[in-house]
Design a protein around this ligand. Structure first.
Ligand SMILES: Cc1cc2nc3c(=O)[nH]c(=O)nc-3n(C[C@H](O)[C@H](O)[C@H](O)COP(=O)(O)OP(=O)(O)OC[C@H]3O[C@@H](n4cnc5c(N)ncnc54)[C@H](O)[C@@H]3O)c2cc1C
Length: 410
């Protein structure tokens, strides 16, 4: 008798599971069910419509540092299917990737549609049956030798010997209820990858200014990050802030997104090194106006704003009083800002939390609680910072689940 696999979710992880299982075991009947009328919708919009497929990182230890949750898990799964395998998989199907300066990898076509076309063509080639508008509401689990029964919101049912749940990140705990009936448990979902709101703050007048290397810290906590920072009309954003939001996803939720951050506008430069440089500037360019001689390479608008905050008027370097100099140094290396709220980063939003990893066998992605039930993608308690790392986890976990199911059914 032909065995049936039902994959739930027409996203990156679900597709990778379905096409891998169907290719590796032609005897297996593979059905992919998707609750909406659209397939691969996140692939379509990701990376500004270009799809940031993966990241040019070829060391597992370096790669796992990008995962605030699930690092230990992906460290093991990446040994089975890594970035190199993703690149090769797409290359073998004539989809060539290119690497941007920051390591993000995109299709050479610059269009996410080529990724979608490639996955659809693979599904077609290996006869994956796709059913849209099929939202799973409930699953009956096998007792003894019978199979799973899936119940859909459209009143239809399907029987399956294997199920892979790849339903993406659910933002609310209540959305997991139908899965929890399996006996699995979840880490509470919370948003990750958001920007910080500072309503009414005068820095917002610098909207559009970006600073290439800033260090940001959450006051009173050990969390800190470095990287570019962008000032927006509602607060601050940019890679340094997004990374901080990912690492602090749970902590910042507990603080109800009200906290104080400290910014060093010059990366990790110390007070002393800034003081020494000011001394040198006073000696070499004492006759120059402070406003015009910005020796730290900060964007001019930011520099003028910092001088204003320090109460420094239109004076020369040689005339800078010690007290104002101290104030300026403190603002440059340790400026404090009150954060009041967050804004979801629409470019690449993910949910932290999901199915508990201790309940999943990382060799196979099979449930340790319900044999025959598999999981893949963002539904698991794995999430990463921006840069293609979330998709890599989707490809990896989908591939492992598909391969394990294919091997089990020979
Ligand atoms: C706007 C945006 C841009 C992004 N850009 C990037 C990027 O550039 N790089 C990167 O690495 N990551 C990016 N991400 C994150 C990345 O898209 C996700 O981590 C990834 O798509 C997760 O894949 P998945 O298959 O697990 O889930 P999804 O892609 O979310 O797919 C899950 C599917 O399951 C379906 N589903 C849900 N419940 C049911 C049910 N009960 N029955 C049947 N079907 C169901 C959903 O409708 C959905 O189609 C972005 C995310 C967003 C929102």
């Amino acid at each position: 008798m032909r065995k049936t696999l039902v994959v739930a979710g027409g996203g990156a992880a679900g597709f990778f599971c379905a096409v891998t299982a169907a290719r590796l075991n032609p005897q297996l009947k593979v059905i992919l069910v998707e609750k909406t009328g659209k397939l691969l919708s996140k692939v379509k919009v990701s990376g500004g419509g270009r799809c940031n497929v993966t990241h040019a990182c070829f060391s597992i230890p370096d790669m796992v540092r990008k995962y605030p949750r699930g690092a230990r898990f992906v460290k093991k799964t990446f040994h089975q299917f890594f970035t190199t395998d993703t690149i090769q998989w797409f290359e073998e199907r004539k989809l060539h990737l290119k690497t941007e300066e920051d390591g993000r990898m995109f299709p050479q076509s610059n269009s996410s549609q080529s990724v979608i076309d490639c996955l659809l063509q693979e599904a077609n080639q290996y006869q994956v049956e796709i059913r849209l508008h099929h939202e799973i509401k409930n699953i009956d689990y096998p007792t003894e030798s019978n199979s799973f029964t899936l119940h859909f919101s459209n009143e239809l049912r399907l029987n399956a010997d294997f199920i892979c749940l790849a339903c993406g990140g659910y933002p609310k705990s209540s959305m997991f209820e139908w899965i929890l009936q399996s006996g699995h448990s979840i880490e509470e979902p919370v948003p990750s990858l958001f920007t910080f709101n500072m309503p009414g703050h005068s820095i917002n007048s610098l909207m559009g200014v970006s600073v290439p290397d800033v260090q940001v810290k959450i006051a009173g906590e050990s969390l800190k990050e470095r990287g570019p920072l962008l000032i927006t009309h509602w607060g601050i954003s940019g890679p340094a802030i997004l990374k901080l939001s990912a690492w602090g996803a749970r902590l910042l939720k507990e603080k109800e997104y009200r906290f104080e951050i400290r910014v060093n506008w010059l990366g990790d430069r110390s007070d002393q090194s800034v003081r020494d440089e000011m001394l040198m500037t006073r000696e070499s360019s004492g006759g120059k106006k402070i406003r015009q001689k910005n020796s730290f390479g900060l964007p001019q608008r930011l520099w003028e704003w910092l001088l204003e905050q320090a109460g420094i008027k239109d004076i020369h370097w040689a005339d800078l009083p010690a007290a104002l100099q101290n104030k300026l140094i403190q603002l440059i290396t340790n400026q404090s800002f009150p954060v009041e709220g967050k804004t979801t980063f629409k470019e690449e939003f993910v949910t932290a939390g999901g199915i508990r990893l201790s309940e999943i066998n990382h060799h196979t992605m099979e449930s340790r609680i319900r044999p025959g039930l598999y999981f893949a993608g963002e539904l698991l308690d794995v999430d990463a910072v921006t840069g293609g790392f979330n998709f890599q986890h989707a490809w990896t976990s989908g591939f492992i689940a598909g391969k394990s199911i294919a091997e089990k059914t020979f």
